[in-house]
Design a protein around this ligand. Structure first.
Ligand SMILES: NC(=O)c1ccc[n+]([C@@H]2O[C@H](COP(=O)([O-])OP(=O)(O)OC[C@H]3O[C@@H](n4cnc5c(N)ncnc54)[C@H](O)[C@@H]3O)[C@@H](O)[C@H]2O)c1
Length: 249
């Protein structure tokens, strides 16, 4: 019997993370979901089991460094390995530079950027013990464009998401050849986070997207699953923009 493959998906309860969990389960991974939303995680876990894979639900705040180590210890105790880590949990911040408090800035960096440090540091030893692995972190098109001035996410979010790109390149060098590290930069994707934007301006935005529509979580998940599962692999230290080409928005 083939050995089990394990993927850890933060923010896996809903949205892009849920779609990543589905796509990875379809590629044969058992899925550990890490999120704050227990009922939504239980729903996603049920969907993974319906695909025929095992699912584990772990309630945790990804900004919590010590908790990340506990999560890694739980995954190791239950399943003995981690082959893929998807750092997907994130939260927008709509405040401009003069309105954003120090606490709000720190929290945005902690949830979107420090979370990647927390989970990569916690899971690398386990990945190495299993012979290697793949890490994919969710950045954003905002890291490149600075975002939309009227949008849900402004400079603090863009700073965190740009930080992920530097971390990805540096860790690809530090963790290779056993572990590949890449990032995804989604454009406008229809999820709970993206919905306030798509609801308000969906039709107008679609006109400015070369492929004529906003994205679906599955559009992002397909690339994540490819980066986590494709063999042989010669891709690391890269980012992939999944936006239907909307650079000017
Ligand atoms: N939707 C978009 O248009 C879009 C665009 C670019 C980047 N992104 C990024 O994609 C990722 C997923 O976003 P989404 O649109 O699916 O959002 P979403 O709000 O639908 O889902 C995010 C998930 O992360 C979880 N989460 C948030 N903070 C957490 C924390 N501190 N600890 C644990 N879990 C936490 C939430 O509970 C939720 O389940 C995020 O990193 C987001 O920044 C989204």
């Amino acid at each position: 019997m083939a050995e089990r493959k394990v993927a850890v998906v933060t923010g896996g309860a809903r949205g892009i993370g849920r779609a990543c969990a589905h796509a990875l389960a379809e590629r044969g991974f058992d899925i550990a979901l890490v999120d704050l939303l227990r009922p939504e995680m239980e729903r996603t876990a049920g969907e993974i089991r319906a695909i025929g894979r095992a699912a584990m639900v772990i309630e945790a705040d990804v900004a919590d460094h010590a908790r990340a180590r506990e999560v890694a210890a739980t995954v190791e105790a239950e399943w003995g390995r981690a082959d893929a880590l998807v750092n997907n949990a994130g939260r927008s911040n709509p405040k401009g530079i003069l309105d954003c408090t120090e606490e709000e800035f720190d929290r945005t960096i902690a949830v979107n950027l420090k979370s990647c440090f927390n989970y990569i540091q916690a899971f690398v030893p386990l990945m190495r013990r299993g012979g290697g692995g793949r890490i994919v972190s969710m950045s954003s098109l905002n890291a490149h464009t600075g975002g939309v001035t009227s949008a849900v996410s402004k400079f603090a979010y863009a700073s965190a998401k740009a930080g992920i790109l530097g971390m990805t390149r540096a860790l690809a060098k530090e963790l290779g050849p056993e572990i590949a590290v890449n990032a995804i930069c989604p454009g406008i994707i229809e999820t709970e986070l993206g919905n306030s934007l798509t609801r308000a301006r969906g039709a107008e935005l679609a006109k400015k997207i070369a492929l004529g529509r906003v994205g679906k979580p599955q559009d992002v998940a397909r690339m994540v699953a490819f980066l986590c599962a494709e063999e042989p692999n010669f891709i690391t230290g890269q980012y992939f923009i999944i936006d239907g080409f909307q650079w000017e928005i």
